[in-house]
Write a protein that binds this ligand. Structure first.
Ligand code: ME8
Length: 540
């Protein structure tokens, strides 16, 4: 029996539907898409979940301000913005969960009832600050003193707005009981919270001691009803975190759903922004411990896209829509730019000048031109039929070594979730192939008379054929290696290389073999194909 494929389950945060997505949200989803496509290219059994977080006061207030019910508002935002953006950025998610779906609300209630029955939840009252922007109960130490119009008030450091003082009947989860087990988890499994800066922050936070967590709200009704007390709705974060389990079948009565959960849980990676680290690295594992469920393997917190040194946000009017950039540069360049330029885990910023410079330098001139001139020369000198390579010199074996190293380094980088390093490793092959073509100068060699073998494939004393076959092999490697990052351009390249007829679909090419040369058979039909990264009009 063949070994079952390794399973890989990755999630993004589920996004609030109070507003449309900006490039910060797209950044997380694109990163998630690249990582999951990478694991698919390793032929693993991948599940990629994203979705929307639709309950809570923030969404309720936005709907009220727009004169519609919160459900109508959520439906509108999902249909008009959150689902379409996935297509815009070329994300290939397997599921899209909405927290207002029955599958989620029923299964979340089942989880909650289980905790209540086990004595993990008790009735109490909460008095203290709350930030509706974060949907978070704040500790006094979390807040800043307001300035200007907020003088004399305490403000949330993320939203820059005053917190509200709540005084409410609530149910509480006995989270304080889990502090020691959480600290042991961070100690024994350093990979649980990444990068190291995030892990240190979480350890520091839990070491101060944990309080029990208010998990219900009783002053509005937009949420999942608490099963044993319909005057309360579930606190939006407790509701939202459960999506990672409910979406893959937790709490379902259906046998196929339960089997899916058994096969898929625990998650391999919860990918998040650092703004929501504590929820994922403290509250979520404590909830799972209380329910006796296995813990996710890794919570990875990436940095922020900044504008003027602050987190990009719609509420501060600094949000840029993904389509603003993609309409000009295309989705591949968008995906490449953000993941190549920002060290994954650190903060970064966007500039039109930098984007345009990299588009022209790295994509159009570096990668795109390499692909088009190689295909053009195979067309011109060999009628578009890949010749047979002659004797290999150290130039060819040197390039093959670069390819093998690039794949090995990129694979190792992806295992560390260092997406920027993986792309940089692939680029060593783009650059080395361009140097190789300059060194072998096929256009000069072609001036010498050529020969063909019995099947009519050019052999041409070897050199011309060898250099073009070698460049084509490097491009084949790059098509596989960069497919997760730039799905459209690499599909066009695969088509131009005749990859599908010769070797099957691009998706089916295993990442592990991507760096080995000598794969494309002689006679493969190479066509010029579309320009991968067209030059932009001067005023773009
Ligand atoms: O927090 N830079 O939803 P949300 C980088 N519903 N990433 C950014 C960003 C920026 N400037 N702005 C947003 C929520 N993000 C909850 C999550 S999960 C169970 C519930 C990304 O709509 C980043 O991933 O506020 C951040 O964590 C997420 O969007 C927050 O999205």
């Amino acid at each position: 029996m063949p070994e079952p494929a390794q399973s890989f389950y990755l999630t993004t945060p589920i996004y609030y539907v109070n507003d449309a997505p900006h490039i910060g949200h797209a950044y997380t989803t694109v990163a998630a898409d690249v990582i999951t496509r990478w694991h698919r290219q390793r032929q693993e059994d991948v599940w990629f979940l994203t979705g929307t977080d639709e309950h809570g006061q923030k969404v309720l207030r936005t709907a009220e301000a727009n004169g519609v019910t919160p459900q109508e508002w959520a439906d509108r935002l999902v249909a008009d913005s959150w689902e379409p953006v996935l297509k815009t950025i070329d994300a290939r998610n397997d599921d899209f969960i909405r927290t207002t779906q029955d599958r989620h609300t029923q299964r979340a209630q089942r989880f909650l009832q289980g905790l209540y029955d086990d004595g993990e939840i008790y009735a109490g009252a909460y008095e203290g600050p709350y930030c509706v922007g974060c949907e978070e109960y704040k500790l006094p130490g979390d807040l800043l003193d307001g300035m200007g119009e907020h003088e004399g008030q305490k403000v949330c450091p993320i939203h820059g707005k005053p917190v509200e003082m709540l005084s409410e009947e609530n149910y509480f989860f006995r989270m304080s009981a889990y502090a020691d087990r959480l600290l042991a988890l961070y100690e024994e499994h350093p990979e649980f919270v990444q990068p190291a800066s995030a892990r240190n922050e979480v350890i520091g936070f839990v070491k101060q001691g944990l309080q029990d967590l208010s998990i219900s709200r009783s002053t509005f009704d937009w949420g999942i009803p608490i099963p044993w007390d319909s005057k309360h709705v579930l606190y939006v974060w407790f509701d939202a975190l459960l999506n990672y389990a409910t979406a893959i079948g937790y709490g379902s009565d259906d046998a196929a759903d339960r089997e899916k959960f058994e096969r898929t849980w625990p998650a391999d990676v919860h990918l998040i922004g650092k703004d929501i680290l504590r929820f994922h690295a403290v509250i979520w594992p404590a909830m799972l411990m209380a329910a006796g469920l296995p813990l996710p393997k890794t919570v990875f917190a990436h940095g922020w896209l900044l504008v003027g040194g602050e987190k990009m946000s719609k509420s501060k009017l600094t949000g840029i829509a993904p389509s603003d950039i993609i309409d000009t540069f295309g989705s591949d360049a968008f995906r490449y730019y953000f993941l190549r330029t920002i060290a994954f885990g650190g903060d970064g910023s966007f500039s039109w000048e930098d984007m345009a410079a990299r588009y022209h330098g790295e994509l159009a001139n570096g990668f795109g031109n390499l692909a088009s001139r190689t295909a053009a020369m195979i067309g011109k000198y060999f009628g578009g039929s890949l010749p047979r390579a002659g004797e290999l010199t150290s130039l060819e074996t040197g390039l093959a070594d670069v390819a093998a190293r690039a794949v090995a380094e990129a694979e190792a980088a992806m295992d560390r979730l260092a997406i920027h390093d993986a792309i940089a490793a692939a680029w060593t092959l783009v650059d080395a192939t361009n140097v190789y073509i300059t060194e072998t100068q096929p256009w000069k060699v072609a001036k010498q008379p050529g020969e063909t073998d019995a099947e009519g494939h050019g052999v041409d004393g070897g050199r011309l054929a060898t250099s073009l076959v070698t460049a084509a092999e490097a491009l084949r490697s790059l098509a596989v290696l960069l497919h997760p990052v730039m799905p459209k351009a690499t599909a066009a390249l695969w088509e131009s290389l005749g990859g599908e007829q010769a070797l099957g679909t691009l998706d089916a090419q295993p990442m592990a073999g991507a760096g080995t040369f000598g794969v494309l058979p002689a006679g493969t039909v190479v066509t010029k194909g579309a320009v991968l990264f067209p030059r932009l009009p001067d005023d773009a």
